[in-house]
Design a protein around this ligand. Structure first.
Ligand code: HEC
Ligand code: HEC
Ligand code: HEC
Ligand code: HEC
Length: 343
């Protein structure tokens, strides 16, 4: 109420917006032993914790070493250095320049020597408007949170409060089995060039304009608002031939309905939480356990965690173990799609 009791400060050292005792981290980064903290009848999903099972977004604990990765390591290369988390500072390897920027360095250098925050101007969640603080950026969203279908129309209705991103949200934030996982939205062919007409800056909310949003609402384009060349057709393909042979691995590109891709996951066509696909038709109204080559697409989250993960480069498996003769899918998710490789 007054950030004071018996003339002693309550919660953080200074009063917080919306009369809260803390900020995002107070509710979402306990550092404790549970991935979901239950308090007063509410479930608080954790992004920084010590539990064995991580939630779908990953766990920033692999950066600080609070948890060690599948390869026994931890450090800055394991995830996004969110500099508001105690123990995490600007990425020591990249100086927090976002890799995959345009030739003029934009948007990579926006974060250089500054790092990223949970939400707001230099963050991922909420309205990424110039000068907006994390709490202002997600204002109102928690109390209007969409369940299931997230259509991207405003922060509350966007996939996990990522403005403009479409998807289908599993209620407990866990990608745990072929029948229980989030559904991601993707494209069959990536956007040609997000640089053209400053395509990313097409959002406007209230008095904020030119807000970065993914133009088609895919999670891959969302990542590309900071890593454009790893997504664009012009960055990944030998433009205008947006097809094999590729220059960089494609994302937002449908699995061809032929050859090894037609035999996704050892020919079973069962959705794999190790190397998941995005759906290319909207709306997505339910969770499906099957994969349809020709329709479903490879995306950034086929290979990466969003926050941080147990392997360097935020990968979902140990890339150093990916060899064509010895890898099993749990060691090397690549062979879930490239089913003719491995073994
Ligand atoms: C007072 C505690 C509290 C604070 C502060 C808080 N959150 Fe949350 N947050 C919650 C709870 C509880 C949930 C789960 C209920 C829900 O989904 O709305 C949640 C859910 C979320 C989700 C998942 C939404 C979904 O679609 O399931 C995101 C993303 C999120 N918060 C981000 C943030 C960010 C970013 C901040 C800081 C700017 C923040 N939260 C501050 C308590 C909090
Ligand atoms: C708001 C900008 C922003 C968005 C959005 C963003 N990133 Fe990043 N990313 C960065 C920055 C800055 C770095 C370099 C510093 C670091 O690693 O913290 C980075 C680094 C990375 C790295 C290398 C990690 C390392 O430490 O070596 C990967 C992998 C990555 N991002 C993947 C993704 C994926 C996947 C998405 C979408 C789910 C995404 N990024 C969305 C800004 C962003
Ligand atoms: C979710 C499915 C999926 C996963 C996982 C995946 N790929 Fe791919 N990969 C594709 C698709 C789809 C293409 C494009 C195929 C085409 O155009 O014929 C592709 C293309 C490639 C190419 C280029 C081939 C060419 O014809 O130019 C290489 C090389 C490659 N992948 C390697 C990998 C490696 C290494 C990994 C693991 C780090 C990996 N892929 C993980 C789906 C996937
Ligand atoms: C098929 C698997 C696959 C997909 C899909 C994929 N990546 Fe990666 N990514 C990797 C691998 C493997 C590495 C590490 C090796 C390398 O850097 O080439 C990596 C590295 C990165 C890095 C670090 C580069 C650096 O300079 O350190 C970033 C950033 C990144 N990916 C972002 C993305 C984004 C954004 C997307 C979606 C647009 C994406 N990735 C899609 C497999 C993938």
């Amino acid at each position: 109420m007054h950030n004071s009791q018996n003339n002693v400060i309550v919660g953080k050292s200074s009063p917080q917006k919306a009369l809260l005792k803390s900020d995002c981290l107070g509710c979402h980064a306990s550092g404790g032993s549970e991935a979901i903290v239950i308090l007063g009848g509410s479930s608080f999903p954790q992004v920084y914790h010590q539990a064995v099972e991580d939630l779908a977004g990953g766990n920033f604990a692999y950066i600080t070493g609070l948890k060690t990765g599948g390869d026994g390591g931890s450090g800055d290369q394991y995830g996004h250095n969110v500099v508001t988390i105690p123990g995490i500072s600007v990425d020591s390897i990249t100086n927090s320049f976002a890799p995959g920027a345009f030739s003029n360095g934009h948007p990579g250098r926006v974060f250089e020597n500054a790092g990223i925050t949970c939400a707001g101007a230099k963050g991922c969640h909420g309205i990424r408007g110039n000068g907006l603080s994390p709490m202002d950026a997600i204002r109102g969203a928690h109390h209007a949170d969409a369940e299931g279908v997230a259509n991207g129309s405003d922060v509350a209705s966007s996939y996990r409060f990522l403005l403009g991103v479409k998807g289908y949200e599993v209620s407990d934030w866990k990608n745990s089995s072929p029948t229980h996982h989030n559904e991601y939205y993707g494209l069959k062919v990536p956007y040609d060039d997000l640089n053209m007409n400053c395509k990313c800056h097409s959002g406007s909310v209230g008095s904020y304009s030119m807000i970065p949003v993914p133009p088609d609402g895919t999670i891959g384009e969302f990542c590309a608002t900071c890593h454009p060349n790893f997504h664009n057709a012009k960055g990944t393909a030998d433009w205008p031939n947006v097809a094999s042979p590729w220059l960089r691995h494609p994302s937002d590109y449908a699995l061809p309905n032929r050859g090894e891709y037609a035999n996704y996951n050892n020919g079973t066509l069962i959705y794999s939480t190790t190397a998941p696909v995005a759906r290319t038709t909207w709306p997505i109204t339910e969770i499906s356990s099957s994969v349809t080559p020709g329709e479903d697409a490879v995306m950034c989250l086929s290979c990466h965690y969003a926050h941080a993960g147990p392997y360097p480069d935020m990968l979902k498996w140990d890339y150093s173990k990916c060899t064509s003769n010895s890898a099993s899918p749990s060691e090397c998710g690549c062979i879930i799609c490239h089913s003719a490789k491995g073994q």
